[in-house]
Design a protein around this ligand. Structure first.
Ligand code: 6GU
Length: 224
């Protein structure tokens, strides 16, 4: 999979993919990430990328021309399966969307800033608009990092244990059951006996019951 990201603050995207599991996915060649600095496509001596909004109002808007020039250049060699715009008015991001995106070959992700991007870029290029929740971030970069992280870990071969992505919270619309590690006794608290019984069918049953009761209590909406 190849992911291109357009940003006016590319520094924000350097760290998230350079550690742990996502780093391993990239090093194994399962995924490549290319970050593009929109400023390099800015207009004039000051490399302008934003301007005041028509109709007045606070906040700048990313202009059409720098974005269009960069996107056109990328599209001249890459056929994108989706051109994604990160925006709080996008579709709420869910595990099901991460699953779908993990099957694609080429993704382009546009991070907005300030008041957003000129609506005509959304009309002309964007195929999918994503929000990561009902709150406002200063820009799309952190949201893009969240979405891309959730997609990369689903790529076959990225996670060490091939089955572990399937047993995640949300993959079956249930929260995860509690987990424990050594020591078996800690400050008067012990690990549920079933987990040290060696009876694996019973352990699976216990985990499912725990996942179900936890979901009923904390996120009944997931069971609807
Ligand atoms: Cl995708 N962008 C911004 N700026 N804020 C958000 C968001 C995205 N999702 C939730 N809040």
């Amino acid at each position: 999979m190849r992911i291109d990201i357009i940003s006016v603050i590319p520094e924000l995207l350097e760290s998230p993919f350079n550690h742990s599991i996502t780093k391993r996915g990239i090093e194994k060649g399962l995924c490549e990430i290319h970050i593009h600095d929109l400023r390099e496509y800015g207009i004039g001596k000051y490399r302008q990328v934003d301007d005041y909004q028509f109709g007045g109002g606070a906040g700048m808007v990313l202009m059409c021309e720098p974005l269009a020039n960069l996107i056109d250049q990328l599209q001249s060699t890459i056929a994108y399966d989706e051109i994604i715009f990160m925006t709080p008015d996008g579709k709420p991001f869910k595990q099901s969307a991460a699953n779908q995106l993990s099957l694609k070959k080429n993704l382009l992700v546009i991070c907005g800033h300030y008041k957003g991007i000129d609506e005509r870029i959304r009309q002309k290029y964007v195929t999918l608009e994503i929000s990561i929740g009902d709150y406002v971030l200063t820009g799309g970069e952190l949201a893009a990092a969240v979405v891309i992280d959730s997609v990369i870990r689903l790529l076959p071969g990225v996670l060490g244990d091939e089955t572990s992505a399937l047993s995640d919270s949300f993959q079956d619309s249930l929260l995860s059951p509690p987990v424990y590690t050594r020591p078996q006794e800690w400050r008067g608290l012990s690990v549920p006996e079933i987990l040290t019984s060696g009876n694996f069918p019973k352990i699976e049953e216990w985990r499912f019951d725990q996942a179900l009761s936890r979901t009923k209590k904390r996120r009944p909406d997931l069971l609807d």
